[in-house]
Design a protein around this ligand. Sequence first.
Ligand code: NAD
Length: 321
Amino acid sequence: MYIVPEREIAGLMTREASFAAVEKVFAAMAAKDAYNFPVIREAIGHEDALYGFKGGFDRAGQTLGLKAGGYWPNNLEKRGLINHQSTVFLFDPDTGKASAMVGGNLLTALRTAAASSVSISHLARKDAKVIGMIGAGHQAKFQLRAALEQREFEKVIGWNLHPEMLPNLQEVADEAGLPFEAVELDGMREADVIISITSSFDAILGADQVSPGTHLACMGTDTKGKQEVDPALLVKATVFTDEVAQSISIGEAQHAIAQGLIGEGDIAQLGAVINKAHPGRQSDEEVTLFDGTGVGLQDLAVASAVVDQAVKTGIAIEVDF
Ligand code: NAD
């Protein structure tokens, strides 16, 4: 089997390759060539850690495996390690033998940014000029960098509960040579594309703070109880997701579903748009919303691409296992 350590991922994986891998696996999921296994997530009663597994099988891409990991809130303070820790394990689908072990920390950020980017690529208006960010933490920088490659954006605006983190967004806007402006939530009406990526447990963005024609990628809500937008926004918008079962249970749609505002049948898979089985955006006035919950197959897709690259470049460590 091959080992690709965390330290090698930055040199091996590009945003373009992450986008391609995630777009392909979303398409395979919608075509029913790939499916995710039920997610396991446990508070293990040690170090306040949340630990779990996200796995799946992509028959089209012949990728089988899981990502194991979670959140250790004391890591940084106690040990100087990052709080999110994950590792991807791949298995040979023909034999069940372990084929690779891959550092999953950077890959998680890249695959999550790729998911919102794929949604922007397929659902945002072609003439989108202003991108709005809600959230300015670790993931937000990856999200913004990848999103800026999808349209000819001219300006970045941002809101964050903790304004002292807004320089994170300024830094990415500077890299791209774009102006950055901190705004109040009402200012989000200027945005053609909005990404939300926070750890919020309450609605931040109101339905009337979004202009007609906007595309939203709601990326922060990946657990029961989390929430970033007013459920009324999901009524106003055409809703897409990576996986409907996750969207209604742990995604942004969980609230609109629980309140009976929308039904499961109102949520389409982004992969169906990629496969042209769903028309996607149908007018310049339509509000589209991607509920990005994060699926195991995304992790497997980018990990598999990294292993190929690591083997090709001689960086993969081969062990007899
Ligand atoms: P982070 O800790 O670096 O940043 C957290 C962000 O949320 C900051 O902008 C912070 O100001 C904001 N925030 C914190 N509490 C808030 C509150 N009560 N209300 C509004 N904003 C609040 O975290 P991160 O690594 O950037 O992750 C952000 C979120 O993305 C987390 O909820 C994480 O679980 C989620 N996530 C989702 C996926 C996915 O696939 N959908 C993947 C990775 C992470």
